[in-house]
Design a protein around this ligand. Structure first.
Ligand code: ZN
Length: 297
């Protein structure tokens, strides 16, 4: 009995100590766990952005400022080093469901970036196509709001260009800094206004004449090859009318130009290859661009 009583006493006296030790161990364990959680968050940190099944419509494309030598400059081609066989494909008057989509697909299949001069009201009507053009890495330029050929006042010219840039900027987040006057016409007031805003005025050196719907794809290619040269700017259309000759000619044109070792660049890329940069010398090509008289709208 005495032994039992002693044992009971021992248990009674030891129990709080044991409980204390156990409590300390438990506290240490939870504390360690707590520290562990706060100090090791990187391993279990959730992603900052929720993964989305839809890819972002805008990739890393952006419009970079023009070199100062090209601000307010009118150019039909770019003087590139003679070793560089490069050309820029340009498409005007879009975007238009059908032609623009076909051309985007061909360019994608051939891993080519091009330059699209959009008509403002077409951009407003087809914002998704504008996004697609830009997301694919192509360059977007301004081609006026209504594609006019008649003389405009300063306010009228301003409206044609700024309204277009506003719509484009509302869709892709940046304003174009390249302008192509409708028909290549330099005296309607629009090009003058664009120059006053330091936009580059991009004409062309090789005209496919695809705006004449009766021209066959083969004819378009012949027209281009008659004028193509390194540093050249090729004019085609993805809007205006629902033509098929351009998209039919394009794969063959690409193939034939590649057979002649040509590479395809955007207009800003072509400009960056100008051997005269950073000189402010204004390069004027010998051959003037053809003034388009056929309405493309
Ligand atoms: Zn046009």
């Amino acid at each position: 009995m005495l032994a039992d009583r002693r044992l009971l006493l021992k248990v009674i006296t030891m129990a709080p100590i044991g409980a204390g030790i156990l409590g300390f161990l438990a506290a240490a364990f939870f504390h360690w766990n707590f520290l562990n959680r706060t100090h090791k968050p990187l391993a279990i940190k959730p992603p900052l952005v929720e993964p989305s099944t839809k890819p972002s419509p805008i990739v890393e494309n952006t419009i970079k400022p023009l070199p100062s030598a090209y601000q307010s400059k009118v150019f039909m081609n770019v003087a590139v080093p003679t070793s560089q066989k490069v050309v820029a494909l340009t498409f005007d008057d879009g975007p238009l469901g059908g032609p623009t989509e076909k051309i985007l697909k061909i360019l994608k299949d051939n891993n080519i970036k091009a330059t699209f001069f959009l008509i403002g009201r077409n951009a407003q009507a087809n914002p998704q196509l504008v996004k697609e053009i830009f997301a694919a890495g192509h360059v977007i330029g301004n081609h006026s709001w209504t594609h006019p050929y008649n003389k405009h006042t300063l306010a009228g010219s301003q409206a044609e260009i700024e309204k277009t840039s506003d719509v484009i900027a509302s869709i892709i987040g940046v304003r174009p800094n390249l302008f192509r006057p409708p028909g290549g016409l330099m005296h309607t007031g629009l090009a003058e206004y664009a120059k006053s805003q330091k936009m580059g005025i991009a004409l062309w050196s090789a005209d496919s004449i695809d705006y004449r719907a009766r021209n066959s794809p083969e004819r378009l290619i012949r027209n281009i090859f008659r004028e193509v040269k390194p540093g050249g700017i090729i004019l085609m259309h993805d809007g205006g009318i629902r033509r098929t000759n351009t998209s039919q000619a394009l794969p063959l044109l690409i193939k034939q130009l590649r057979a002649q070792s040509y590479k395809f660049v955007t207009l800003p890329e072509l400009i960056a290859m100008d051997t005269k940069l950073p000189s402010k010398h204004i390069h004027i090509a010998h051959n003037k661009p053809k003034m388009v008289t056929t309405k493309t709208l």
